[in-house]
Design a protein around this ligand. Structure first.
Ligand code: NAI
Length: 385
């Protein structure tokens, strides 16, 4: 059921009825837009689903070419947060904010104050955090006017950067995928090709080398490449990494890398990586399945970032974060087994599991660490039904 914001006494604030006709609209609970002439703020907040808890998702600042482009992005990203949090077993819903503008030009105290007031109008149903284009300092400026802001830690439990936790989750997912595909979860001796050795990819590279895997890497950053080579990784050309004769391809750079051009060129039988939105379109998951590729959906394996946000939101312990990260093993194992048994692509299976969680009104399903209800056979039975 949709519930669009009604107009409020705010400069140029209006109802966003056009959201419902957007291709990415998916029964979002609330979508609102603000255009504030005083601060220059032009922003959307989209709340996709709050069945499991407040809609939590980052605030992105990006120079969108049009309002339509910003709307598409906020709708798609907020929906993705619902699925990712539900799969991670978190008592949180999905939401997102996007601000239209160039991060190098538009930031000002007035902008963050106006954004904080906009967030406050949602009365805690939307909780924000850092995202691309925003930083800890921006969150602090908003937090002085709003209690619905996370990401204020400079050091934090993970040094202010959840990337090693995310990389750990990807490594655990690789072990589960290797067990499923190669009948051994030992990564020692396997060849992994990592596309992008930034915060997550580099930590993954370190952890894989420690586990005895052979690692190939590609990145546009020469300094990073030198660091990875010093650890024992082998460098490949950017254009070659997805074609590498590896056992596992790990996209850890940008989205839409699994597309009509790259999929026929893939040599690795398994794909497990951190990058968000790896599939160019939903149907590419089906194409991968048809070609016999074992694909671990990104929103199943890259939950480290949202788990860290949850830790800050609910004051959860680091131990609980690791329990949730370890549970990726059972979750992905279920996804891969069901995909095989029911001839469904893995992304569809993962979505169905998430939907069971956030659409199920039974409160006992809430806040359960993921994996606790896995391997019971119930998930497979109800997806089949
Ligand atoms: P990052 O920005 O630190 O690293 C990305 C790396 O990819 C950079 O080193 C960049 O030079 C490289 N790169 C860019 N274009 C490339 C290309 N064409 N070929 C090869 N390398 C290229 O980002 P980070 O934090 O490591 O995240 C990586 C991916 O994982 C992103 O898609 C991000 O959204 C996703 N993710 C990250 C999480 C985290 O905890 N940092 C959590 C969940 C998802």
């Amino acid at each position: 059921m949709s519930d669009f914001c009604s107009s409020k006494p705010y400069s140029n604030r209006y109802t966003v009825t056009e959201a419902a006709t957007s291709p990415s609209f998916d029964d979002h609970e609330q979508v609102s837009f603000i255009e504030d002439t005083h601060s220059g703020l032009r922003a959307f907040i989209a709340i996709h689903n709050t069945r499991l808890g407040a809609a939590v998702g980052g605030c992105r600042l990006f120079p969108y070419a049009s309002k339509e482009e910003a709307l598409e992005d906020v709708l798609r990203l907020s929906r993705g947060m619902t699925y990712k949090s539900a799969l991670a077993g978190l008592p949180m819903g999905g939401g997102k904010a996007v601000i239209m503008g160039d991060p190098r030009k538009v930031k000002s105290p007035e902008l963050w104050q106006a954004m904080a007031e906009f967030i406050n109008e949602h009365q805690g149903r939307y909780v924000t955090a850092e995202d691309s284009g925003t930083c800890v300092e921006d969150m602090r400026l908003m937090a002085s006017k709003s209690e619905h802001v996370l990401g204020l830690e400079e050091g934090g439990a993970f040094g202010g950067d959840p990337s090693p936790l995310t990389a750990k989750g990807v490594l655990i997912a690789m072990q589960a995928a290797a067990r499923h595909r190669f009948k051994s979860e030992h990564l020692s001796g396997l060849h992994v090709a990592i596309q992008g050795i930034g915060s997550v990819g580099f930590s993954l590279c370190e952890q894989l080398l420690e586990a005895g895997a052979k690692v190939s890497v590609a990145d546009t950053n020469a300094a990073r490449l030198r660091q990875a080579q010093a650890l024992g990784a082998q460098e490949l050309e950017i254009s070659e990494i997805h074609r590498a004769q590896a056992d596992i391809f790990a996209p850890c750079a940008m989205g839409a890398v699994l597309n009509d051009v790259t999929i026929p060129e893939l040599a690795a039988p398994v794909i497990v990586g951190a990058a968000n939105n790896q599939l160019a379109s939903a149907y590419h998951a089906r194409v991968l399945k048809t070609r016999g590729v074992t694909y671990a959906p990104d929103f199943v394996v890259n939950s480290g970032g949202i788990i860290d946000v949850y830790r800050q939101f609910k004051n959860a312990s680091v131990d609980e974060c690791y329990t949730r990260i370890n549970a990726i093993d059972a979750l992905l194992t279920d996804v891969l087994d069901i995909s095989e048994q029911q001839n469904l692509d893995t992304a569809r299976v993962a979505e169905a599991i998430a939907e069971q969680r956030f659409k199920d009104p039974d409160p006992s399903n809430r806040a359960q660490p993921q994996g606790s209800d896995h391997n019971s056979g119930n998930t497979a039975a109800s997806i089949a039904a």
